[in-house]
Design a protein around this ligand. Structure first.
Ligand code: 0X9
Ligand code: ZN
Length: 314
């Protein structure tokens, strides 16, 4: 394949490399893939996604990846996952691929991702300047209109790493992604937001640890299926799970809380490797193990969703 020489998931790829690879994938698998454009970033880049559908009318699964610029393992894993869905000959993976409609955005925060590669490896936020500060960027995972800025779930200081922005949807990337999700939500049953690090599956809610979603027990059962499946792999990571606010910290305006409120009832933030040793700067040797265990986890997660009736037509 034309991408395999430079794209072996043995190192992290730049946005340009990912886009060239994506072009090759869309060409090679044109019968089952379709490009979609989420929108345009602050700096004018096109935010691209790929839909994979073997038969229309399957339950939809959205994967949002690299909303945080420095979490490079997320786009490495999303691209590897796309490749597996399209090329694996394993029967279980074939069923995974062919019985769901996939909407995958490998790099949502394109401007931040480029900045993280070229200027500052630890860059997290978007790149839109503020009107009242010299600090740049908003935490895009605090910018959706879900309990925006409530309960100390974000900061109003433009210099903070968790700055929520001057208003919800101030970031063009988030306005566009929310509109994209809204436009397909009636055929989407599951949303997975890829993050790192911490090895934890986070369900709603992020704005309070006092309240839990109506289907919280199911959300925990599905998360347990993921954690158990990954845990049985010889090289598998130990995953925890719980609601954001109960196991992590209060965080408002995040993708998966907003998506849940839009009726996507299986909606998680998944924090990949590691548990803190390397953190965001995960060495390339861990890319493939992380990819493999994520695939195993997602197979188990969707299997559990199926059992509980979450993949039935909406
Ligand atoms: O703080 C975040 O945005 C996420 N952690 S990270 O280290 N990747 O930055 C967790 C967000 C989960 N929050 C909600 N779903 N509310
Ligand atoms: Zn993150």
């Amino acid at each position: 394949a034309r991408y395999s020489n430079t794209f072996g998931w043995k190192r992290y790829n730049t946005l340009a490399e990912i886009e060239t690879w994506l072009d090759g994938i869309l060409e090679k698998y044109s019968n089952v893939t379709e490009e979609f454009v989420v929108g345009t970033s602050y700096e004018g880049r096109t935010i691209r996604g790929i839909k994979i559908s073997y038969k229309e009318g399957n339950p939809g699964v959205i994967i949002e990846s690299n909303i945080h610029a420095n979490e490079w393992i997320t786009s490495a894993t999303a691209t590897w996952f796309i490749n597996e869905l399209l090329s694996s000959e394993n029967q279980v993976v074939r069923e995974l691929a062919e019985n769901h409609d996939w909407y995958i955005v490998p790099v949502l925060n394109v401007d931040g991702f480029v900045y993280s590669h070229e200027k500052n490896r630890m860059w997290r936020k978007t790149r839109q300047p503020s009107n009242f500060s010299s600090c740049i960027g908003v935490d895009p995972n605090r910018n959706y209109d879900s309990h925006w800025m409530q309960n100390d779930g974000a900061s109003d200081d433009p210099c903070s790493q968790v700055y929520g922005g001057p208003h919800a949807y101030s970031e063009p990337e988030i306005k566009a992604m929310s509109e994209f999700i809204f436009s397909i939500k009636d055929k989407v049953n599951v949303l997975l937001a890829f993050h790192s690090y911490g090895q934890v599956l986070l369900s709603p809610y992020g704005h309070t640890a006092e309240e839990f979603p109506e289907n919280y027990e199911d959300l925990m059962q599905v998360a347990k299926a993921y954690a158990d499946a990954v845990g049985t792999l010889s090289y598998g990571s130990v995953f925890q799970y719980g609601s954001v606010a109960s196991v992590l910290y209060q965080a408002t305006g995040a993708t998966n809380d907003w998506a849940y409120e839009q009726g996507i009832l299986i909606s998680y933030t998944i924090e990949f490797r590691d548990s803190g040793n390397f953190g965001f700067v995960l060495p390339p040797a861990f890319i493939l193990p992380n990819c493999e265990e994520t695939l195993t986890g997602i197979i188990a997660l969707l299997g559990e969703c199926q059992k509980l009736g979450y993949l039935d037509a909406k």
